[in-house]
Design a protein around this ligand. Structure first.
Ligand code: HEM
Length: 383
């Protein structure tokens, strides 16, 4: 097993492990991440600033780097900032390549064949990427093996790496498991959040009337453009932006499909019996566009879908971008906070437009939502 695989995802002890990591996603810890959201979003904005009035540009790589750096620091702690590959930005490419490779393994099982993998060069690519990621993980985890004593007031006490080290010291998990927990957390968090921010910008570029409504809300909350301070109470007041993000996750969920296995025979309401042990695909993408639930214009972008009065009649499983039940997304609050934080700064400072139409997007089968082509965006400064 390498750090990319996580045997705990299929482990009967999974529930205990999940409970152990819950404190890493508690509100007070998430709020303590604001300084990381702030500094990384400043770096992102400085880069985006260089694209203003330069025509349409590909912003996805910048979004991925922004999100990756946040996920790595909130999972591994400030120590990760000293890692060479973290500093030069190359780790995000390693993660991206491994995610694509894992998808290829699922969609084209032939690639799992050792000979095919070797001939196509996947073996070497995968090994190179692992080696860089392992170095970063070892650099940080090694320092934790004999740490200076932590106090209860240490702001990083409950971050994922420190919770994992607690299990390691008790002998509940191995050194490799610690690395694996960190690696899986970063991989699960950064791509999904980066794409959500990008999809939101794209959809608003296609719907200028909604973009103006978001801007008005942001302008009222943050009258001065630039790197204005953002607090949690500020963010809570941004109802329109919140609805826009939810609507984005409805139309373009960052994870479009997942699977569950039945533990017992299940009788559906239409009488069909699904026997125990069957793996069922859960298609969030089409569930979110079901006209019987979302109306005849289910494919249209309409943030008002998330007005309280429009949601109260909906089935609780009609909207599941973070899945539901015990195995739902542990990072859902974190994802909403970090995405909203970045969108506040971007949409307050820039007007976004694009020549690509929403109806022309081509969605591609993948573990996370991918597009055949990522439309470029144009940025104009707002005062
Ligand atoms: C908009 C962003 C995100 C979306 C749409 C999303 C969505 C999801 C979904 C649908 C699942 C369930 C997958 C399954 O059924 O197997 C999931 C699981 C998970 N997510 Fe997220 N996620 C997001 C961001 C994050 C972030 C920021 C983190 C961590 C910092 C994270 C960590 C995880 C983990 C660890 C799991 C596995 C949970 C378990 O099995 O106990 N996610 N996510």
């Amino acid at each position: 097993m390498d750090c990319w695989e996580n045997k705990h995802l299929l482990d009967p002890d999974w529930l205990d492990r999940r409970k152990h990591f819950n404190p890493s996603f508690k509100q007070d810890l998430l709020l303590s991440f604001f300084h990381i959201f702030d500094s990384e979003t400043k770096i992102l904005m400085n880069l985006l600033d260089t694209y203003v009035d330069k025509g349409e540009i590909d912003v996805v790589p910048e979004m991925l780097r922004w999100s990756f750096k946040i996920a790595a620091q909130t999972t591994m702690g400030s120590e990760v900032k000293h890692d060479e590959h973290f500093k030069n930005g190359s780790l995000v490419e390693c993660f991206e390549s491994l995610i694509s490779h894992s998808t290829l393994n699922i969609l084209m099982p032939l690639v799992q064949n050792k000979m095919v993998s070797k001939i196509c060069g996947y073996d070497k690519l995968r090994a190179d990427n692992f080696s860089r990621i392992q170095k970063m993980l070892d650099n940080v985890v090694n320092k934790k093996v004999n740490p200076s004593p932590k106090t209860d007031s240490d702001p990083e006490l409950n971050i994922v790496i420190n919770r994992a080290m607690e299990l390691y010291r008790k002998g509940d998990i191995t050194y490799m498991d610690v690395k694996s927990e960190c690696c899986i957390m970063i991989a699960a968090g950064y791509d999904t959040s980066a794409l959500t921010v990008y999809h939101t910008l794209f959809l608003l570029a296609n719907h200028p009337e909604h973009q103006e409504a978001v801007f008005e809300e942001l302008n009222a909350a943050f009258p001065d453009a630039g790197h204005f301070e953002i607090t949690y109470p500020d963010m809570q007041k941004l109802d329109y932006l919140e609805r826009v993000i939810k609507e984005t996750l409805r139309l373009i969920p960052a994870i479009p499909i997942t699977a569950r296995e039945t533990k017992n025979d299940v009788r559906l309401s239409n009488g069909v019996l699904i026997p125990k042990g069957v793996v069922i695909g859960i298609d969030m993408f089409h569930t979110h566009r079901n006209p019987e639930v979302w109306g005849p214009n289910a494919d249209n972008f309409n943030p008002d879908n998330f007005l309280a009065e429009n949601m109260e009649q909906k089935h609780s499983y009609a909207y599941i971008p973070f899945a539901r039940g015990k195995r739902n997304c542990i990072g859902s609050k974190y994802a909403m906070m970090s995405s909203k934080f970045a969108l506040c700064r971007i949409l307050r400072n820039y007007k976004i437009s694009t020549n690509t139409l929403y109806k022309d997007l081509v969605y591609v089968d993948n573990m996370t939502m991918k597009l055949a082509e990522y439309p470029r965006l144009k940025l104009q400064r707002r005062s």
